[in-house]
Design a protein around this ligand. Structure first.
Ligand code: XMP
Length: 490
């Protein structure tokens, strides 16, 4: 009986399916009516219900995304996914930090009680990174506000904060329009506008900083309450349901079920379980490299699929295991699910330049995930090192030896490891350093500018136009060498 074969399967005499990656192709320039990059709308989806004005997502890696990066990414219209090599509490607290970083109304502002000391208030302001705190009694009746300015010249930290807090407050009722709140803040030259209900009970807070941030970042990715969007990664074994619950409770807008080989029964099972328990939660799952993998994840309930097996800058999966599909072909194959199921795919890994993003999007992705391009920014949690007199930041694969050991340490709560435990790890990633690149907002701004230009070369104003118009041409190694700046080679 003949055996049905899939296109990638090899049998004697069958020509091998060829797969390509970004530097194997270029996009053919086409007649364009676009006069300026500003006319291009880059919006693309990360999941069924999450659309990003800047379709760039920072990787859930421990040297790429914690709260600072996620805040910056959401401010510029993208998204950050908090990595999962943290305890459940730590990961939920990172999500919480992002949710508190910017909002129209802070529903549960940080507060002090009248018995707190000046030193205690200073410590909390430092820890929570806020310039002032509201003081409430046991029934949450608003008593006053204490700011950094009130405490900084006080030499006796043991005094109660009631001795320095200001009691004369400008307040407003909950539900005030943001334009009116802005007018009051400006008129009274104050930075905080507490919202109080009947009996003087604290109901929320509007800050001038939040209003400024909103004006500064018109493209920001926001939830319904005006807070920055944030994603959070979960695994598929052990405490993943407990972790999912904590992350959703902390306000995560999307859970990212992330494992190296996402086309596996236990991954499909985990996605199904999460969606069954939280049908309204957005869940993106991966990573896969084939249409079948993407389809199976969607049928298990995924609202978005992450595509990429082994293309990343710190990945050694393909070398260690021999598995993977060159990324552009993987994206093009998986992208068929977007047409079929209306579920977006995210091209994850292997992106070296903005041109690769345009190619990934043109190949059918709705957004991209970046690791190495963002690892050198100020906001990444990777630590700084100096190499050859130049500032660098550490960037490591999540399956590298050091990242794996750090995860094991978290899980076991110990700092010591026996050689035997180390020798059990088979790393599929490496650790390296990348040059320091400054602020993520600027880096993403530059990258997005390049992608906008990329759209215009194909005459596309939107992603759906790019999908229709883009034409790839295959190039040779000489063509790729010609594509890179080469004046300096001689
Ligand atoms: P880039 O190229 O943007 O890739 O740095 C980021 C993506 O790489 C994946 N990743 C890994 N893949 N071993 C792997 O095979 C690893 O240790 C590893 N760590 C991260 C991941 O998909 C990430 O988003």
């Amino acid at each position: 009986m003949p055996i049905a074969r899939d296109p990638y399967a090899l049998s004697p005499g069958t020509p091998l399916e060829e797969a390509l990656t970004f530097s194997d192709v270029l996009l053919v320039p086409q007649r364009s009516s676009i006069a300026s990059r500003k006319q291009v709308d880059l919006a693309g989806r990360f999941s069924r219900r999450i659309t990003l004005k800047t379709p760039i997502v920072s990787a859930n890696m421990d040297t790429v995304t914690e709260a600072d990066m996620a805040v910056a990414m959401a401010q510029c219209g993208g998204l950050g996914v908090i990595h999962r090599f943290l305890t459940i509490e730590e990961e939920a607290s990172q999500v919480n930090k992002v949710k508190r970083a910017q909002s129209v109304v802070i529903e549960e502002p940080y507060t002090l009680s009248p018995t707190d000391t000046i030193a205690g208030a200073q410590e909390l302001m430092r820890r929570w990174r806020v310039g002032g705190l509201l003081v409430v009694d046991g029934k949450r009746k608003l008593l006053g506000v204490v700011t950094h300015r009130d405490t900084q010249f006080e030499t006796d930290g043991s005094k109660p904060i009631t001795s320095v807090m200001s009691r004369k407050l400008v307040t407003a009722k909950p539900g005030i329009a943001s334009s009116e709140a802005e007018r009051l803040l400006r008129k009274h030259k104050v930075e905080k506008l507490p919202l109080v209900g009947p009996g003087g009970i604290l109901k929320g807070l509007i800050t001038s900083r939040d209003l400024r941030m909103k004006a500064l970042n018109p493209n920001a990715s926001l939830d319904k309450k005006g807070r920055l969007l944030v994603g959070a990664a979960v695994g598929v074994i052990g405490d993943y349901l407990e972790r999912s619950a904590a992350l959703l409770e902390a306000g995560a807008d999307v859970l990212v079920v992330d494992v190296a080989h996402g086309h596996a029964d236990h991954v499909l099972d985990a996605v199904e379980k999460i969606k069954k328990r939280w049908p309204d939660a957005e869940v993106v799952a991966g990573n896969v490299a084939t249409y079948d993998g993407a389809k199976d994840l969607i049928e298990a309930g995924a609202d978005g699929v992450k595509v990429g097996v082994g293309p990343g800058a710190t990945c050694s999966t393909r070398i260690v295991t021999g598995s993977g599909v060159p990324q552009l072909s993987a994206v093009m194959d998986c992208a068929r699910v977007t047409k079929e199921f209306n579920v977006p795919i995210c091209a994850d890994g292997g992106i070296r330049d903005s041109g690769d993003i345009t190619k990934a999007l043109a190949g059918g992705a709705s957004c991209v995930m970046l690791g190495s391009l963002l690892a050198g920014t100020e906001e990444s949690p990777g630590w700084t090192v100096v190499r050859g007199g130049v500032k660098h930041k550490v960037y490591r694969g999540m399956a590298s030896l050091t990242a794996t050991m750090s995860k094991k340490r978290k899980e076991s709560g110990t700092v010591d490891f026996l050689g035997a435990e180390i020798s059990e790890v088979v790393p599929e990633g490496v650790e390296t350093t990348v040059p320091y690149r400054g602020d993520a907002l600027e880096v993403v701004g530059q990258i997005a500018g390049g992608v906008r230009s990329g759209f215009s070369y194909s005459g596309a104003r939107t992603l759906s136009e790019l999908w229709k118009r883009a034409k790839f041409v295959r190039i040779t190694a000489a063509g790729w060498s010609e594509s890179k700046p080469h004046a300096l080679d001689r």
